[in-house]
Design a protein around this ligand. Sequence first.
Ligand SMILES: Nc1ncnc2c1ncn2[C@@H]1O[C@H](COP(=O)(O)OP(=O)(O)OP(=O)(O)O)[C@@H](O)[C@H]1O
Ligand SMILES: [Mg+2]
Length: 442
Amino acid sequence: MKLNTNILESILESLDEYIVIIDKDLNIVMFTELFKDFFGEKNILIGQKIDNIIYNNNFKKVMASKDRKEQLLDETKEKNAIFIQSPIIENNIVLGAVGKIVFEEDIGKREDEIVNNSLENTAKYNFNNLIGKSDKFITCINLAKKVSKGDSNILITGESGTGKELVAHSIHNASKRKNKPFVKINCAAIPSELFESEMFGYEEGAFTGAKRKGKKGLFEIADGGTMLLDEIGDMDLNMQVKLLRVLQEKEVSRVGGGEVKKIDVRVIAATNKSLLKLIDEGKFREDLYYRLNVIHINLPSLKDRKEDIEPLCDMLIKNICEKYGVYCKGTSKEAMKCLEEYNWPGNVRQLENIIERAINLIDEDVLIKTKHLPEQIIEYKNVKTVFLEQGTLKDSVEKLEKTLIIQTLKDVRGNKNKAANILGLSRAGLYKKIERYSIKTN
Ligand SMILES: Nc1ncnc2c1ncn2[C@@H]1O[C@H](COP(=O)(O)OP(=O)(O)OP(=O)(O)O)[C@@H](O)[C@H]1O
Ligand SMILES: [Mg+2]
């Protein structure tokens, strides 16, 4: 077999695994210490036939079919061992095969680890990721920090993009549950007919199509950790009843299975809807609301904490530049003014998008200027700061009219006929306004 033996040997030595390698004639080429130990008294030698060690192996079949195979090992003493055999193929030619012994209990453990460590089930952010210096924001975050130590359920509210998910992650990571799973569920996305089986799991053969071995529910997966019920306001009333029961009894049983399991899960619910309004409309259960709303964190909208816009921009510019490997110096004073004047219906998420867009548009001076901001933001500032903040609507309209006339006259170099045309006025009408607003012409 054409293999770089030295490299392979050192790789094998470093592995904490039960591995054997054979050539295409079923001769043993290499093995790990653990593999040798597994067979105890049997003396394993290089060049020996694998059949002498593992009588009923499947290597022949594996090499013929070029497919991996698993079998239970009879040689097993105390544990249930599975022998996984895979072909070694180069340029479509079978050179030999690898055999690996794994233990069933380790497989179970590993599955748990995967669930605990998989990206979806870990909280990515912590309080250091939260930017803001306004009193409103700081008060809110201090409350979140304080309650992260306890076990009470938490309700996080706030407009879309205010950072509800970020805060939920941070709470989990600041809690004693931080090394346990953080399971996020989008309540709006789980169809009600799947709710029970997803949340509580199901037993083997609970219904047609159920996996052979049954499946853990999300509550079981989150055991010991935190569950974020996102968009709780969109949860179906039937599901609300079932959720309430779990929160009250702190136990679940799988669909199709009698065994009741105690669970220890801290629930954080989040929504951008008014649950009180939903209760009034009969769309949300009041009893569930009180269960979830033990601690309430209401995240302020960005328009109510304008002093956070600048530090948020700095952080966003830094992150976006890092992500794309580009450079941006910052924001011009005028552009910052525009950003601070805007009302931000999409909050920090919208700010993020706008900064990313601007970074794509900057010129050689690598500075974000007003012209790199979307029209709606520039316009908002013009209308709001130039006019509305300077008096009554009548004053503002007059000021706007005067500005438009001056600007149009400038554009047409004082030609009153052209200006009247553009503005949709008669020549006499334009003259009247010029006089009224004391506009200097020529
Ligand atoms: N204070 C903050 N500091 C830094 N980044 C923030 C802050 N608040 C929000 N963000 C960022 O804004 C984006 C939106 O935040 P998040 O997803 O937590 O909002 P949300 O309130 O859950 O929104 P939705 O209601 O739409 O789900 C994320 O990319 C997040 O990183
Ligand atoms: Mg969210």
